[in-house]
Every structure is written in C-alpha cells, then in structure tokens.
Design a protein around this ligand. Structure first.
Ligand SMILES: [Zn+2]
Length: 254
C-alpha cells in the first residue's frame, strides 16, 4: 500500500548522501526494517537535523511505496535519545550490539511489533543513571531474540524425554537450545557446557523475567557459568541464523 505512514522506530545507522541528505536504516514497529532518505537532513533548519542518529527512538513519518528500495522521510519526532546509555561505555556497547544484531538479522524479516516494543522497554530500563548489570540485559535480549526468530530455548524439560531433570549438572545442547538429561545420555562425556541446579533455575527465571526487573535480578549463579552466557547464547544463534554474528560492539566488553 502506498501513502503517508507513521511508525515508531529505532535508528540503526545513518550516512551522508550527496551534499545535504542522509540515508538512514531503521528498525520500525509496524514496517520492520526500513531504509529511508531524509532530504536536506544536514541543512541548518531541517527537522531531521540531529534526530536521525544511531540509537535514537523516533516517530517517523514517511511516504511509502513498496516497490521502492528507499522510502522518503517526510517528518520525524525524537522520542528518546537514551542519554544515560550514551553516557556509559558498557551500556553504549550493549545499545550498539542490539543495533548491530538488527542490521544483521532483520533486513528481510517481517515486522515484529512486539519485539520492537520489548527492545524499546529494555533500552528504557537500561537508560538509568545508576550502574546496572549490563551483562544481564544482554543475556535477556539474546534469549528473547532466539524466541522471536523461532528457535527459543527449551529449559524446563529434557529435549529427548521431556521430563524435568533429576540429576545435576545438566549438559547443555547448544545447537538445539536445551539440555539432554542423564537418562537420555546427557551425562556420559565431560565435554560440553554444564549447568548446576542454581544456574538452571536462574537461566529459566531470566528467560521469563520482565526487563524492568533486571536491575534487581540475582545473576550470581549465571555469572559463574563458563563459557560466558552471552557466548553460549550467541553460539546457539549462529547455528540457526547462518549469519556470522561477529559483533564489533560486543568486543568493547572483552
Ligand atoms: Zn531425558
């Protein structure tokens, strides 16, 4: 459908086009991945000036023509620039990791309004002045991301027999996003990633936690897990997305 449309969006990346225009990639609530041109964005009186910057949460108005690769921006309002995220190196690294993931995994994905809203809520929860457990926000995001892409983790029961575990530690199956219990052969090798009972409980609790509750979440057992939970969750994603998820922003953590 052609016409003028309005949607909320996160600005992923933007670059200069010709003398004064800007080409911008966004992840939007209602139209999924968008590429737009903002004409005259670098002119002093342009309404786009300073607003179409990476990480900003905006309300965008554009003239839509599905046959066109680039849509034409006609207006924009800044909703949130996430000032306290930008003010902190670790929080910034997480914010830009999220943007990078959208750029790598969502260009041809259908719109996912619920996941868009989840991401805005997560960034809003992270946008607080105090020090926050940024790692937990990343793990939470990666768990929700797997779910949204259709290969979410199954943590309540064994992948094979579907029973709750009786013995610990549990051997994680990174490819299939779950664990195999000992009765099903999950205890024979010392290879692999092992979860203790507290880690298993903590990971399940994290998967269903609300992003607003992350600042008070007890990450203790998971913080002991090796490899790091982010590493585990990313390995699982790589099996399924067939995209090299080498995240530049994530290296800021390491
Ligand atoms: Zn089993």
């Amino acid at each position: 459908m052609s016409g003028i449309v309005k949607t909320e969006a996160l600005v992923l990346t933007a670059y200069k086009w010709r003398d004064s225009s800007k080409i911008v990639h966004l992840f939007s609530a209602d139209h999924g991945y968008l590429k737009i041109i903002a004409k005259g964005a670098f002119r002093p009186k342009s309404p786009f000036r300073g607003v179409l910057e990476s990480l900003n949460h905006v309300e965008l108005i554009f003239s839509q023509k599905p046959s066109r690769g680039l849509q034409l921006a006609t207006g924009v309002t800044l909703l949130n620039s996430f000032f306290h995220i930008r003010d902190d190196l670790e929080k910034t690294a997480l914010g830009f990791t999220v943007l990078e993931i959208f750029q790598k995994l969502f260009p041809v994905h259908e719109p996912v309004a619920e996941f868009f809203q989840y991401t805005v809520d997560l960034l809003s929860a992270l946008n607080r002045k105090e020090t926050l457990p940024v790692n937990l926000f990343l793990w939470h995001f990666l768990l929700q991301l797997s779910d949204t892409l259709g290969f979410g983790w199954q943590l309540e029961s064994c992948l094979k027999c579907r029973r709750s575990p009786e013995a610990f530690p549990l051997r994680l199956d990174l490819q299939n996003g779950g664990y195999t219990c000992r009765n099903c052969g999950g205890g024979e090798s010392s290879q692999g990633v092992w979860l203790t009972r507290p880690q298993w409980e903590s990971l399940q609790a994290l998967a269903v936690a609300d992003s607003a509750d992350l600042p008070g979440f007890d990450a203790g057992p998971l913080a002991q897990l090796r490899p790091d939970p982010a590493d585990i969750l990313l390995r699982h994603l790589r099996y399924h997305t067939e995209t090299p998820l080498e995240l530049k922003s994530l290296k800021w953590y390491m």
